[in-house]
Design a protein around this ligand. Structure first.
Ligand code: ATP
Ligand code: MG
Length: 414
């Protein structure tokens, strides 16, 4: 007989189980709680979109669009792409669903995103993001609110220690144009010292040289002119309003004048929460203001600002979360007791008591299961108990035991 080959898990994907799953779920539950405190609405959008949604809004020269997208033709011949991030899809939804009428809109979402990257620690091909956006607000107060939300999330996850908020401004269109020219002049003067990748960036997207990780680029990038000398009064005032808001809210930040977002539509605020605890995968949460994005999708000029964070990277930073505990384990001894226990377990669960039934192995193995699950009570039902209509309820840990009538069990366990 031919041997059947076991299917393999696709490289860069994950099967999330046990302790890992608890961490993962804890990140999502905390995000869900904190976003409600800030009055952000939850939305859900498709996992795939027309390829144009990402290609147009992210820009053809970005790594994500040029190298990392999962793009395929569907059976109808349309080019579709698995979302590599959320912002573009949210902007598309804002336009196609007529959400302009609700602006300014404060939105959050979460779920899987897909990027064809080289898998390594903290870097997957299917990973998960949490995402927060404010669309239709051009005021610096929106940037501040998003940053304070991010800060509170990291605090409530208990991982703010060693995580720094790095902040920069990319100015307005006039600022950016003037700064870009100064950068190009500087990089042209040091062409010979740049990596091949940065020579390409110099043609297509010179700002990206500033955040190059290639050591050959660092001296040239570090000596490049800061944006400060090119800030228009409006752009300077915007940045000052953001930093003043963070100070007022008690959120620590530091200026990183090398922090850029490569895309043309990015304006004003750019930020990253960075840690040194994850090696080279140190950015846990990143975002900025993207006032030109909705315009690039053919919509009206609309302000927007937002961030995304990798759930796996946040989860890796968490202290080990406590294992979930249950209230009780029902331990039936014998076929009759087991039949009766099936009804009892169903009733207890309907009454809101978290119970497990131990139906495998000898008495000893069944009691061991109650301990392993961290149950507070073991409910033992044997032939004697069946005859009397009671269960022997053992308080685990204390070692005490009491008889409780079947009908009173839910009350006694609460
Ligand atoms: P990096 O520089 O690590 O590639 P990025 O700039 O591509 O990050 P963003 O597009 O800003 O990242 O995505 C937001 C967040 O999503 C990142 O800060 C990170 O936490 C997470 N992230 C990005 N790519 C991956 C990946 N391949 N696997 C796991 N998490 C990721
Ligand atoms: Mg990346």
């Amino acid at each position: 007989m031919a041997r059947i080959e076991t299917p393999r898990r696709i490289r860069g994907t994950q099967d999330i189980f046990g302790d890992e799953q608890r961490r993962f779920a804890h990140v999502l539950a905390t995000f869900e709680r904190v976003r409600a405190l800030y009055c952000f609405q939850r939305i859900d959008i498709p996992v795939f979109e027309s390829t144009a949604v990402f290609a147009r809004s992210l820009g053809e020269t970005t790594d994500v669009v040029s190298k990392e997208m999962y793009t395929f033709e569907d059976r109808g011949g349309d080019s579709l792409t698995l979302r590599p991030e959320f912002t573009a899809g949210i902007a598309r939804a804002y336009l196609t669903e007529g959400w302009q009428q609700f602006a300014p809109l404060k939105l959050t979402t979460s779920g899987p995103v897909f990027r064809y990257e080289r898998p390594q620690k903290g870097r997957f091909r299917q990973f998960h993001q949490i995402d927060a956006e404010v669309i239709g607000a051009a005021e610096p107060a929106a940037d501040v609110e998003l940053l304070v939300l991010a800060d509170q999330l990291l605090c409530e996850l208990g991982i703010s220690e060693g995580v720094t908020l790095q902040l920069n401004t990319l100015g307005d269109a006039a600022t950016r144009e003037a700064w870009r020219e100064a950068l190009v002049a500087h990089f042209e003067a040091h062409r010979g010292e740049l990596s091949e990748d940065s020579l390409t960036r110099l043609e297509k997207n010179p700002m990206r040289i500033l955040d190059s990780k290639d050591p050959r680029d660092r001296p040239v990038a570090d000596s490049a002119p800061d944006i400060d000398a090119y800030l228009t009064p409006e752009a300077r005032a915007f940045f000052e309003a953001v930093t003043a808001g963070l100070d007022a809210a008690g959120v620590a930040w530091e200026r990183n004048a090398r922090l850029v977002r490569g895309l043309d539509y990015y304006r004003h605020t750019a930020f990253e929460f960075v840690t040194d605890r994850l090696g080279s995968q140190g950015t846990v949460l990143a975002g900025g203001r993207y006032d030109g994005l909705i315009g690039s999708l053919g919509g009206p000029d609309t302000a927007g600002v937002g961030w995304a964070a990798g759930v796996e990277r946040l989860a890796m930073l968490l202290e080990e979360p406590a294992a979930a505990t249950i209230d009780a384990v029902v331990v039936p001894m014998g076929a009759d007791a087991e039949a009766r226990a099936t009804g009892i377990v169903a009733d207890l669960r309907r009454a809101g008591v978290a119970v497990e039934m131990a139906y495998k192995g000898k008495m000893k193995a069944r009691m061991a299961k109650a301990d392993a699950l961290g149950a507070r009570f073991a409910i033992i039902i044997g032939d004697d108990e069946l005859a009397k209509g009671v269960a022997a309820v053992k308080t685990l840990g204390a070692g005490t035991q009491a008889e409780v009538a079947f009908a009173d069990l839910a009350e006694a366990l609460r």
